[in-house]
Design a protein around this ligand. Structure first.
Ligand SMILES: O=C[C@H](O)COP(=O)(O)O
Length: 253
C-alpha cells in the first residue's frame, strides 16, 4: 500500500504574509498523517518561515528546485545542505518550467536527485511530454527516457523513497487535464520502466503523482487510478479551500 502524497507547487506566487497566513490556516485542517503526506512547495524566500509556521502541524514544506552543488560560488543558487538545514523535507526536481526556461537537462536533473538524497531530502522528480510528443505518439518513449536518465545510479532503497510526478506539459496551467485513464496509463509506463531497472517490489513501492490542472472536481477520479498515488498541484494549491479539498481526497483514496 503506497501512502498518497498531495503536494502544492506555488511557483512564483504569494507574498511572505500571504504564504504565512495560508500555512497557519491549513495547519489545523491537514487530515490524518497516517494516510497522507501533505506538502507545500513554496518560493525559496519563504521556506524558513514556513517550516517554523508549520511546525506543530502535519504539513511539510518543500522547495521548488535546488542546486546540485553543496556549496560554492554559484550566485543566486540554493543548496541541498541549506534546505536540509532549515528543515525542508521535499524538493521538486526537473519541473518542466525549469527544463524549459532554465536549461535543466536530464543530466543535471539526475545530479540534483542524487544531491537531494545525499542530504535526506525527498526528490519529486518531474517528467512529462509536450503536446507535439503526444500527437506524434511519442509519450511513452519520451517519459521512459526521462525516467531512466533521471533515476540513473539510484539504489533500490532510494527508489522506494523517491516520488515521480508525471506532468504532461500541455496540461499544466491550461485547464486541460489528461483523462484519468490516460494519466494512469502513463503512470503505469513509468512504473513498468522502473520495474525493468529495479526489483519489481521496489517499483511497486515507488509513489507516482499526476500533475496538470488537478482540482477538487477531478482529483477523486485521478486518485482512484491504480498507478496514481498523489498529485502535484499548481493553481488549485494557492487557495486554502481548494487545497484542503485535495488533501481530503488524498487521505480518502
Ligand atoms: O507543479 C504543478 C504543475 O505544474 C501543475 O500546475 P497546474 O495545477 O496549475 O496545472
Amino acid at each position: 500500500m503506497r501512502k498518497p502524497i498531495i503536494a502544492g507547487n506555488w511557483k512564483m506566487y504569494k507574498t511572505a504574509s500571504e504564504a504565512k497566513q495560508f500555512v497557519e490556516e491549513v495547519n489545523g485542517l491537514v487530515p490524518n498523517t497516517e494516510k497522507l503526506d501533505a506538502v507545500i512547495c513554496a518560493p525559496a524566500l519563504f521556506l524558513a518561515q514556513l517550516v517554523v509556521s508549520s511546525k506543530e502541524s502535519a504539513l511539510q514544506i518543500g522547495a521548488q528546485t535546488m542546486s546540485e552543488q553543496d556549496e560554492g560560488a554559484f550566485t543566486g543558487e540554493i543548496s541541498p545542505v541549506q534546505l536540509a538545514d532549515i528543515g525542508v523535507k521535499y524538493v521538486i526536481i526537473g519541473h518542466s518550467e525549469r527544463r524549459q526556461y532554465f536549461g535543466e537537462t536530464d543530466k543535471s536533473v539526475n545530479q540534483k536527485v542524487k544531491a537531494a538524497f545525499a542530504h535526506d531530502l525527498v526528490p519529486i522528480l518531474c517528467v512529462g511530454e509536450t503536446l507535439e510528443h503526444r500527437e506524434n505518439g511519442e509519450t511513452g518513449s519520451v517519459v521512459e527516457a526521462q525516467v531512466e536518465k533521471g533515476i540513473s545510479g539510484l539504489s533500490e532503497e532510494q527508489i522506494t523513497q523517491l516520488v515521480i510526478a508525471y506532468e504532461p506539459i500541455w496540461a499544466i496551467g491550461t485547464g486541460k487535464t489528461a483523462t484519468a485513464e490516460d494519466a494512469n496509463e502513463v503512470c503505469g509506463i513509468v512504473r513498468k520502466k522502473v520495474a525493468s531497472l529495479y526489483e519489481d517490489q521496489t517499483a511497486e513501492q515507488l509513489r507516482i503523482q499526476y500533475g496538470g490542472s488537478v482540482k477538487p472536481a477531478n482529483v477523486d477520479e485521478l486518485m482512484g487510478m491504480e498507478h496514481i498515488d498523489g498529485a502535484l498541484v499548481g493553481g488549485a494549491s494557492l487557495e486554502v479551500e481548494s487545497f484542503v479539498k485535495l488533501l481530503e481526497a488524498g487521505s480518502n483514496a
